[in-house]
Design a protein around this ligand. Structure first.
Ligand code: CP
Length: 310
């Protein structure tokens, strides 16, 4: 794999191989090659706590040489394009770039133009606008697999700000491909008929008692318009579409609750339940490091970047 920018082309075998490799790292396994001479850079043009820090932890655990890049103090502010910024990194000797950007599919023209010209750097997508979030999706798959050991036949509900959520886009696509039954819920104005390809939209109270995985999505205030924000009520959302203590009590015994973070406490998720027995919020963040190690390794292998075998 030359770049890891989407889950579109992954098949079941590849997903399971990534899960197994992430589990190997979670159990203390080490990379096969010496990566100390491989330089990577984290370029986050949108805010992040989990993804940014988790990728950095993954890179350090793999033994990569990690460079930081702060867009706010860069020549992007002088009008330099993303392509030229990457070309600069490439020229300096950087081999891998983890990028988060507000533009959907920001990576497509970089890869296309790069292939025609001299750009030679592996891109790992840390989230593109409302497009895809492959590393979040795959850490979610690891978390689900740890609980159930399978995907086929599982019932998974994605609840909330579906339109704006790149996590929802990646997860609905991959869960459907892996044989899970996907349901959608939340405000109807955040549901798009295009999602019908992957699942069925149902009222939340119909789903709570029957799903294996209840995946709550963050209300993405930063992507809403002024009118949408003015009419939004936290209390009303929580009562209609959030995980309340009453709904939690109705979940199946072995059901799990997931949230990609950051959480709007007492909006999507009752604050008292964030670390409850069925919540996997913390496990998701822990798993992120190991899945990101597996993803980075895939691109390292594809580009034959590793040094001598250990
Ligand atoms: N889940 C996630 O992408 O969180 P961050 O925005 O903090 O990276």
């Amino acid at each position: 794999m030359q770049h890891f920018v989407t889950v579109d082309n992954l098949d079941e075998k590849q997903v399971l191989a990534l899960i197994k490799r992430a589990q190997y790292f979670k159990q203390g396994g080490r990379p096969t090659c010496d990566l100390s001479e491989v330089y990577c850079v984290n370029m986050f043009f949108e805010d992040s706590t989990r993804t940014h820090t988790s990728f950095e932890m993954a890179e350090r655990k793999l033994g990569l040489n990690v460079l930081q890049f702060d867009p706010k103090q860069s020549s992007v502010n002088k009008g330099e394009t993303l392509y030229d910024t990457l070309l600069t990194m490439d020229a300096l000797g950087v081999k891998l770039a983890v990028i988060r950007h507000s533009q959907n599919e920001y990576y497509a023209p970089l890869i296309e133009l790069g292939a025609k010209q001299t750009l030679d750097i592996g891109i790992i997508n840390g989230g593109d606008g409302s497009g895809q979030h492959p590393s979040q999706c795959l850490l979610d798959m690891l978390t689900i697999y740890e609980q159930f050991g399978k995907f086929t036949g599982l019932k998974v509900a994605l609840v909330g700000d579906l339109t704006n959520s790149r996590v929802a886009k990646s997860n609905m696509e991959l869960l459907h491909k892996l044989g899970a039954t996907v349901y959608f819920s939340g405000p109807s104005y955040w549901y798009d008929e295009a999602f019908e390809e992957y699942g069925t939209y149902r009222p939340l109270d119909e789903l709570v008692a029957k799903v294996d995985v209840l995946m709550l999505l963050r209300v993405q205030h930063e992507r809403h318009g002024a009118t949408e924000e003015q009419t939004f009520s936290k209390e009303s959302y929580h009562q209609k579409y959030g995980l309340t203590t009453k709904r939690y009590a109705k979940l199946k015994d072995d059901a799990i609750v997931m949230h990609p973070g950051p959480i709007n406490r007492d909006v999507e998720f009752a604050s008292s339940l964030v670390e409850a027995k069925k919540s996997r919020f913390k496990a998701q963040m822990q798993n992120g490091v190991f899945m990101r190690m597996a993803m980075l390794e895939k691109v390292i292998e594809g580009r034959e970047l590793g040094g001598k075998t250990r």
